[in-house]
Write a protein that binds this ligand. Structure first.
Ligand SMILES: Cc1cc2nc3c(=O)[nH]c(=O)nc-3n(C[C@H](O)[C@H](O)[C@H](O)COP(=O)(O)OP(=O)(O)OC[C@H]3O[C@@H](n4cnc5c(N)ncnc54)[C@H](O)[C@@H]3O)c2cc1C
Ligand code: SF4
Length: 330
């Protein structure tokens, strides 16, 4: 591992100034992803700026009736917060579905959003990888890709984003706040992750040197009837091979509002807006749920070994929306 300088920041302007314009410096959250990547040589920062002492560790109500989540709130604290559990249950479930208790105690909200793909070629320095080394190629397209993307990918990269938390945040229209030396800024989660195109190494729309300061959830009554369902290859401590965050408002048997976001199918959380439009105003039935899923998944482009994700997501949509319909009727 390359030798690096370590500094701890105690306020937001100080953290931004310590990082400066140095392309070799990185913010350090819980370190649960960054330190692994440093050990494998994928990341070789010359300086780490530790952000864990920043005063960004609170979950607070906003005046509009939403929630503001600080960037250094740990995954564990986020998952047990009473307002999150009551008003955005799918978010608490998504966070709890990720990693292990020890990792969640360390991992932060900012770091979770920026964690890197688990594509095996990305972390294997002996292999080409367009995301790690632009222009070197993508061996996953013809190689091991059983857990790679079926939506929004390109021939340059078919990796998926691994975060569970971000999938629920996408369903609830979260907004990411950041700060740079030029001041504060905001990005809707829908615009936070960039399309893959021919630049898979450019993953977010954050400006260079930006410190994520928090995430805001707008008020959302539909979010109170929500669920996160994750499918993985073993019962715990594994990344998703497909997941769904869903929220549903049904009145008199008709879908008034629905939120759907898919995980582990694209380079970013995939908000299923085509399916949402197809369902709104329709009877809440298994047939309508399946038709809406098919409308979204019609855009899927599968590789030889990841086509199973299409029926997997379709079944998730039908099962979870059926459960939420029954829950709303109680
Ligand atoms: C064995 C294992 C299993 C896991 N399973 C899952 C899983 O099932 N689901 C899941 O979602 N996740 C899983 N994870 C990933 C884990 O959730 C992430 O590693 C974690 O959320 C990253 O948070 P962190 O604070 O440790 O980030 P770090 O590792 O500290 O940082 C990650 C990146 O974010 C940047 N960063 C950190 N904070 C900020 C900030 N405030 N502003 C700007 N940049 C910042 C860092 O510079 C770095 O580039 C797993 C991890 C491991 C090791
Ligand atoms: S899928 Fe993306 S991350 Fe994986 S090898 Fe291809 S370019 Fe690299």
């Amino acid at each position: 591992m390359r030798e690096f300088d370590y500094q701890r920041a105690f306020d937001v302007p100080g953290a931004v100034a310590l990082l400066g314009a140095d392309p070799d410096a990185r913010f350090l959250g819980g370190g649960t992803n960054l330190v692994d990547l440093m050990k494998s040589g994928v990341e070789r920062p010359g300086r780490l700026v530790d952000v864990r002492e920043l005063p960004l560790d609170l979950v607070e109500p906003t005046p509009e009736g939403g929630l503001r989540i600080g960037a250094t709130v740990t995954n564990s604290d986020l998952a047990v917060h009473p307002d999150v559990r009551r008003r955005y249950p799918a978010l608490a479930q998504a966070v709890l579905a990720g990693a292990s208790g020890q990792l969640r105690n360390m991992a932060t909200v900012g770091g979770n959003l920026l964690q890197r793909t688990r594509c095996g070629y990305f972390t294997d320095l002996a292999q080409p990888c367009n995301k790690r080394l632009p222009g070197s190629g993508c061996p996953a397209v013809e190689g091991e890709h059983h857990n790679h993307a079926i939506l929004g990918a390109s021939a340059h990269c078919v990796a998926t984003h691994p975060s569970d938390m971000a999938v629920a945040l996408a369903a609830f229209d979260a907004v990411v706040s950041y700060e740079t030396a030029d001041g504060e800024g905001e990005l809707a989660l829908a615009d936070f992750y960039l399309p893959v195109g021919d630049t898979p190494h450019r993953e977010t729309a954050l400006p260079p040197g930006a410190l994520i300061t928090g995430v805001t959830l707008p008020p959302s009554p539909v979010a109170a009837v929500s669920r996160y369902r994750k499918v993985r290859e073993r019962a715990s401590y594994a990344f998703a091979i497909g997941s769904l965050a869903a929220a549903l408002d049904v009145q008199d048997g008709v879908v008034r509002e629905v939120r759907l976001a898919f995980g582990a199918v694209a380079s970013r959380p995939w908000r299923a807006r085509t399916a949402e439009r197809a369902l709104t105003g329709r009877p809440a039935s298994a047939e309508a749920f399946a038709a809406a899923a098919d409308a979204e998944l019609g855009a899927a482009e599968v590789l030889p070994h990841n086509g199973y994700k299409v029926p997997l997501l379709r079944n998730l949509v039908v099962a979870v929306l059926t459960e939420l319909t029954e829950e709303a009727a109680r």
